[in-house]
Design a binder for this molecule. Structure first.
Ligand SMILES: *[C@@H]1O[C@H](CO)[C@@H](O)[C@H](O)[C@H]1NC(C)=O
Ligand SMILES: *[C@@H]1O[C@H](CO)[C@@H](O)[C@H](O)[C@H]1NC(C)=O
Length: 172
C-alpha cells in the first residue's frame, strides 16, 4: 500500500512539474518560400524540460548542398521572412565565438534538393522564458557559419545566407 501511494505521489508530481513548466510535447512549423518553390515542415518533440528536443525536417525545392537552419526571434509572417528578425540569441552569445541558441546547424539537401533529416538538440527548449514556441524558423539559401551565419531574408539582390523559406513554430 505504501509503495502504491508513493508511486501515485511520484506520478502526480511529475504531471504537476510538467504543467508548471508549461511543457508542450510537440510543435510543428510549416515552411514556405516567398517564391513558392521551397516548402516543407519541421516537427519538434520534447518529452521533458531537461531532455533533448528532437527535430524532424522535410524540405523540398532547395539547391543541393548545405543550408543553415535557424530559429529566429519573432513569429511574425506579415512580411514573409522579414518579420522574423534576428536569429534567436537569448543569452547574447557572440556568434563569432560560439554557436548561438537558435542555430540548429546546417542541413544537407540531396541532389533532388530535398532535406529529410532528424536531429537532436540539447539547448533549445519548450520550457520557460527561452521557449521556442511561437518563434520563427528559417531555412537559409546556403550554408551558414558562425560569424556570418545570420543573414537577412532573401531579396532579388541579396542571395547569400538569406532565408529562402520560413514558418512559425506552433503547438501541435
Ligand atoms: C511533413 O511533410 C512530409 C512530406 O510531405 C509528410 O509526409 C509529413 O506528414 C509532414 N508532416 C507534418 C507534420 O505535416
Ligand atoms: C542530446 O543532444 C546532444 C546534442 O545534439 C547529443 O550530443 C546527445 O547525444 C543527445 N542525447 C541523447 C540522449 O540523445
Amino acid at each position: 500500500m505504501k509503495t502504491q501511494l508513493l508511486t501515485l505521489f511520484i506520478a502526480l508530481c511529475s504531471v504537476a512539474v510538467q504543467c508548471q513548466d508549461g511543457l508542450q510535447t510537440r510543435a510543428v512549423a510549416y515552411l514556405t518560400g516567398s517564391e513558392g518553390k521551397v516548402e516543407g515542415n519541421a516537427t519538434f518533440t520534447q518529452e521533458d524540460c531537461d531532455q533533448n528536443l528532437s527535430i524532424t525536417a522535410y524540405v523540398t525545392g532547395l539547391s543541393p548542398g548545405l543550408h543553415g537552419f535557424h530559429i529566429h526571434e519573432k513569429g511574425d509572417l506579415t512580411n514573409a521572412c522579414f518579420g522574423l528578425k534576428n536569429a534567436f540569441n537569448p543569452y547574447n552569445v557572440d556568434p563569432t565565438k560560439a554557436r548561438i541558441f537558435g542555430d540548429l546547424g546546417n542541413l544537407e539537401a540531396n541532389d533532388e534538393g530535398i532535406i529529410d533529416a532528424i536531429l537532436q538538440n540539447d539547448k533549445i527548449n519548450f520550457c520557460g522564458e527561452v521557449s521556442i514556441i511561437g518563434r520563427g524558423l528559417i531555412v537559409h539559401y546556403s550554408e551558414t557559419i558562425l560569424k556570418n551565419g545570420f543573414g537577412p531574408p532573401c531579396s532579388t539582390t541579396q542571395k547569400t545566407n538569406c532565408g529562402v523559406a520560413c514558418g512559425v513554430i506552433g503547438i501541435m
